[in-house]
Design a protein. Sequence first.
Length: 411
Amino acid sequence: MGITARGTGLLVAAVLLLGAGFRFGYPELTVLGAAAGVAVAVAVLSAAWRPRLQVRRQADPDRVARGEPAAMTLTVRNVGRLRSASLLAADRCGDQVVPVPVLRLRPGADTTVGYEVPTARRGVVPVGPLRVTRRDPLGLVVVARSYGDSVPVWVHPKIHPLRAVPTGAGRSLDGRVDAVPHGSITFDSLREYVVGDELRRVHWRTSARVGELMVRENVDTSLPRIVVLLDNRLAAHPQRVRGVAESFEAACEAAASVVTAAVREDLPVTLLFVAAPDDLAEASTAATHHGPAGLGGTEVHGAGADGAGDGGPTGPLDRLAAVSLSDEGTLEAAAARLRRDRLGDTLVVLTGPGGRDDLGHVGALRGAYPSVVVGVFGATEPTPPGTGGLLVVDAADGAAFAAEWDGVRRW
């Protein structure tokens, strides 16, 4: 509760009038001072009345890609039984304030307001709570209260369809093999013996039946694992416009596209961040547990040397919506962890123009990962060829990355 400038002036006048009336014996001044004091007291009692309001929100949808439309429907109902509510209300939507008409809202009646949620920037847009302001008829006292909860709207990176998906060192023929991360040997077919085949692979029963040596052909049946490392260091994305690093936004779009393509092909994929900022952990707590449809089983981690930020109940697209640039973490520490853990056989590193000087640490991972692809976004000049022997894709944005990705002939 706060008193306005008018109320403050009237309260000061009441004190002065009462003091002068009693001091000099002027009953008229005393009456005026008492009337002013009573007016302030009545204003306080009038503004202190708390209307009973019920607030409901409906986001349609509550998860969208960057730039796609999203609408919020707000319903305010007066659940009181005696008085109509005549209030000033505003709803918070990100950095915007949306006025809500709650004038002469009769008992049992409701009002509905719909407005667009800004989705031009990737991130979590908090909507609410409803801020209700009540004033007395004379404008002496103002009281502001909050109603309802805050509802997040997740603005995910835009997903660009990828036709090509790295298959790694081996393609699974009969399902996922979680117990053997580096593959297992499974019988596939029989073929004729050629010089150099091991005799222990000869299938003697079939050889006796057909009259010539037949050899078992074995294949690696484990699913290839794709590891996506997103460089979210401030140093990797130095160019910013109005606080937004477009190279980082493009890298997020590329990461979302690769993860979605891997899930579509039913391939295990791990999403890593070079730095694990604090707001990412907070966003994971506020997010829902099921995540986007079809992505709940994808692993999401932070790639710091100490493993901070590992796990979490959110899906990868929620994490990409919540992750931001950070000063913590180094690409050298992330590469050391990738070399130690060997999380997969295909490594995709996505960085900005400031990360090209650290690609030597990524090139050192070629012995641990048979296939290493590096995406560099926002660079004014193409990456010099032969950088550590890596396959480098230079792209201005996520759409250009998708086009270059599908044009890669070897992994």
